[in-house]
Design a protein. Structure first.
Length: 89
């Protein structure tokens, strides 16, 4: 992996949160493990906080990538809830 740092935006509402990651940064082996509880909008994946986001963060860290988070919170439903569910390739 050619990147040294990544900042993941965490989108949170009153019930859950998701990490926003560009699809191009996820290798095929990781893409195939992401659950249907994550969402996708064009070339961006919104990774479900309990299983999918930790999977991806662990992958980045194993590749020597420093991970940081930026938080966005809403008291309404997060917009990503209206995006199509992630479908494995």
């Amino acid at each position: 992996m050619n990147i040294k740092k990544i900042e993941i935006t965490r989108h949170a509402d009153l019930g859950h949160s998701w990490g926003e990651v560009p699809l191009e940064l996820l290798p095929k082996k990781i893409r195939q493990q992401i659950s249907l509880y994550s969402y996708r909008k064009r070339d961006t994946v919104f990774l479900e906080e309990d299983c999918d986001l930790p999977l991806v963060v662990d992958y980045f860290k194993s590749e020597g990538v420093e991970v940081s988070f930026n938080y966005v919170h809403t008291n309404l439903d997060s917009p990503c809830r209206s995006y199509p569910r992630y479908k494995r390739p």
